[in-house]
Design a protein around this ligand. Sequence first.
Ligand SMILES: Cc1cc2nc3c(=O)[nH]c(=O)nc-3n(C[C@H](O)[C@H](O)[C@H](O)COP(=O)(O)OP(=O)(O)OC[C@H]3O[C@@H](n4cnc5c(N)ncnc54)[C@H](O)[C@@H]3O)c2cc1C
Length: 242
Amino acid sequence: METKGKVKPKLQLAKIIADKRETRDTRTLRLKLSDPFDWRPGQFIMVKAEINGQTVSRAYSISSSPTRKDYLEITVKQTENPTMSKYLNEIPVGYMLAVKGPYGKFIWDETVSDKLFCLAAGSGITPFRAFMQYIIDKDLDTKFKLLYSSRYGDDVIFEKELRELSSQMKNAHYELSITRDKKGLDYVREGRINKEYLQEQLKGFEDAPVYICGSPSFIKGMIDNLLELGIPRDRIKREQWG
Ligand SMILES: Cc1cc2nc3c(=O)[nH]c(=O)nc-3n(C[C@H](O)[C@H](O)[C@H](O)COP(=O)(O)OP(=O)(O)OC[C@H]3O[C@@H](n4cnc5c(N)ncnc54)[C@H](O)[C@@H]3O)c2cc1C
């Protein structure tokens, strides 16, 4: 993996060069950095802005792979009573953002493990899109599984793209669970990711690192189940929103 060594992140401007509306409340912004840095799949940036007279700084996982070198993407879901997430869902293409990064230890290194078991809920899918793009671009044989949970069928971020990415990977398995209303999505599993389902899905991944990303309650639930199923704590990595 190419890295320039450990460079201290510094604040810089990035131009919004494109965008994509993923769902009614989620938008991907494609950024061009003025001073490009290397990052690893799973890392995040800080975005800083003046909103309603206050300086606000928030973390966003990089949702694109470092192999796609000319840009970096973040994917932002607007929360209830939002500050930065509303701003980023509305800011026009062509504007500049102040960003700083990369940060974070939620990283995966193909030289350490050729297997990857991933659990995501809601906007916690963003770093895993970067993992998938990276595995495809590097033509890796990684044995990869992604279990993604969303409340509604029309809230699924990267709905088509995840299916396309997993079909382009050599050894990937992707399953979507909808907990409330699948809204016409016919290929999905209904229900939460529970212990029985995890046990079944972990077959063949008993020795794989497990990556979890999402809300604190999702992460806690998944870790409790994994520990009960005998997965050692030191094989579990998490990135927690909020
Ligand atoms: C490492 C990391 C990576 C992340 N990556 C992503 C990502 O890829 N995509 C993404 O969408 N998000 C991501 N997040 C979450 C993101 O950083 C923000 O927390 C999110 O966008 C909400 O920010 P906001 O400014 O809109 O809302 P905030 O103003 O921070 O408010 C967030 C929530 O807290 C509540 N709240 C705020 N203030 C109070 C208060 N005083 N009392 C009670 N409740 C309050 C609000 O109602 C709101 O629902 C990530 C977080 C971390 C830590």
